[in-house]
Design a protein around this ligand. Structure first.
Ligand code: ADP
Ligand code: MG
Ligand code: ZN
Length: 481
């Protein structure tokens, strides 16, 4: 939240998503991440003179699917342009990108808000373009290397309208967009490795003012948390400048995560600085309605639809449904647990609170969970049967997570069986009541609060293993005699 309530923050995000194609966008080189530098290059992506690009049709299909997933218009005719600039990691001296005619226009993305409703955020366009290589500055004093493995990897640039009004909303937008591209399997969504990158455009305006303020573009944001922190700092900087009578200059700024400041990187370049012109080596891209229909038929159930289904089918709250469907793997895991227990609300709790809690702590994905969906289902079943109390189940679960062993093995090894044998419990109740005659008399005289005291005594004797429902019933019966 900006410090000044008199201003409104306006944000538009540009996301570069690397598409998960096998090969690059205009040649057959592999897109695999992490290979030795310059082992995945050829004359096309290294931009030798005279080479010709051939458009990767998988990349086109992925862009179509993404466009459909955000309810965008798929343009039957789109074009590639050359964006000219010099940089050592761009061997051609230009980037091939869709400029005036992108493959997707006018989409929308829904984000949850604090109030529980949803907000619709406009998506201006999605266009395809090539990624650049990487300059490496580490390891050799006074010199830099250029690694062209990434050159030519297909990107989608997804540009939002300036519809976001806070850092929190920007965070929700990124989470939802990342969730969608992961459901579609068109991008791995990894911000740290740079396959899902975000630039944030930020401006402020006095509340009530119609026109937007001057924006700055923030770069170097390698996590959602950093995007949010950078937006907050930048908005405060704008407000400070305006409040002290200054003016904001439109420019590109770099976020310094350690110092928590943004620094000016360069003045904002205009489109004409890049001398865009139509790419002469690629024909315009024509897409048929049949092709769009095929891609539409291949769409999986998307996060919003799955969330709504979880609410209606399993009776989950919108919050739980949102948490459980944010990732397709988590949603699949949850549905597998439900399949073995038939107890969706309890399953939702175990997955979203206990399991995700431990996984987060260890930085593990759910696909690497030491507790399988089957095993969690069994544990939930044991609580349902009264073999374990809820409290003991949590203890068992912690051991399951640490060892990967099933619940039954841990219960046997640690002697954690819940005591539900009525004979044993009755004897215990008798003993506790005879041992505390004063309290029994007080209870019978009307101080029924003392029931908790008796339960506590029995739990103490059994180290918490007595079946609480049975203990309660036995106590009440005996005390009523
Ligand atoms: P450029 O190439 O100049 O960055 P783009 O059209 O690619 O232009 O992206 C502009 C981004 O800036 C969009 O996400 C848009 O919503 C956002 N934007 C435009 N004007 C403002 C503004 N006044 N405040 C905040 N964001 C803005
Ligand atoms: Mg930009
Ligand atoms: Zn190549």
């Amino acid at each position: 939240m900006p410090a000044h309530p008199g201003y409104e923050v306006v944000i538009g995000l540009e996301v570069h998503a690397q598409m998960r194609t096998q090969s690059k966008i205009f040649c057959g080189c592999s897109t695999r991440f992490g290979a030795e530098p310059n082992t995945q290059i050829c004359p096309v992506c290294a931009a030798f003179p005279g080479v010709l690009p051939v458009l990767n049709q998988d990349a086109v299909n992925m862009a179509i699917r993404t466009g459909l997933a955000i309810s965008g218009t798929i343009n039957l005719h789109s074009e590639f342009s050359r964006k000219n600039y010099f940089y050592p990691d761009l061997p051609a001296g230009f980037q091939i990108t869709q400029y005036e005619l992108p493959i997707v226009s006018k989409g929308v993305l829904h984000i949850p808000t604090d109030g529980g409703e949803e907000r619709s955020i406009g998506i201006t366009r999605i266009h395809m373009e090539v990624d650049a290589g990487k300059n490496l500055h580490e390891g050799i004093a006074g010199a830099s290397w250029v690694d062209l493995n990434r050159t030519g990897v297909p990107l989608m640039e997804i540009v939002s309208e300036p519809d976001l009004r806070s850092a929190a909303e920007a965070g929700e937008y990124l989470k939802k967009l990342r969730s969608i591209v992961r459901y579609l399997d068109v991008c791995d969504g990894n911000m740290e490795e740079g396959s899902f990158r975000c630039d944030a455009n930020v401006s402020v305006r006095p509340r009530g003012q119609q026109v937007f303020g001057t924006r700055c573009e923030l770069k170097n944001l390698n996590s959602i948390r950093n995007v949010m922190r950078a937006i907050d700092h930048e908005a405060e900087r704008h407000i400070d400048v305006l409040e002290t009578g200054g003016q904001i200059v439109q420019e590109t700024r770099l976020w310094d995560a350690e110092k928590e400041v943004t620094r000016s990187m360069r003045g904002k370049e205009e489109a004409h600085d890049y001398r865009y012109f139509p790419e002469p080596d690629l024909p315009p891209l024509t897409i048929t309605p049949e092709r769009i229909a095929i891609q539409a038929a291949a769409l999986p159930e998307l996060p919003d639809a799955r969330r709504d289904r979880f609410q209606t089918r399993y009776g989950l709250s919108s919050y739980d449904a949102e948490v459980l469907t944010a990732s397709r793997d988590v949603a699949n895991f949850f549905e597998e647990v439900v399949g073995t227990t038939n107890n969706p609300k309890t399953a939702a709790n175990w997955v979203s609170v206990e399991l995700l809690g431990l996984l987060n702590k260890e930085g593990k994905e759910i696909t690497a969970s030491p507790v399988t969906a089957q095993a969690l289902g069994q544990l939930i079943g044991l609580v349902g049967q009264g073999t374990l109390s809820g409290k003991m189940a949590k203890q068992v679960f912690t051991s399951m997570f640490a060892t990967g062993d099933p619940a039954e093995k841990i219960i046997a090894a640690q002697g954690l069986q819940q005591v539900s044998d009525s004979g044993t419990l009755e004897a215990l109740v008798e003993r506790v009541l005879t041992g505390n005659p004063q309290e029994v008399a007080q209870y019978r005289a009307g101080k029924t609060k003392l029931l908790g005291f008796f339960v506590g005594q029995i739990m103490k004797e059994t180290q918490g293993q007595a079946n609480p429902a049975m203990v309660n019933k036995l106590l009440k019966d005996k005390l009523a005699e």
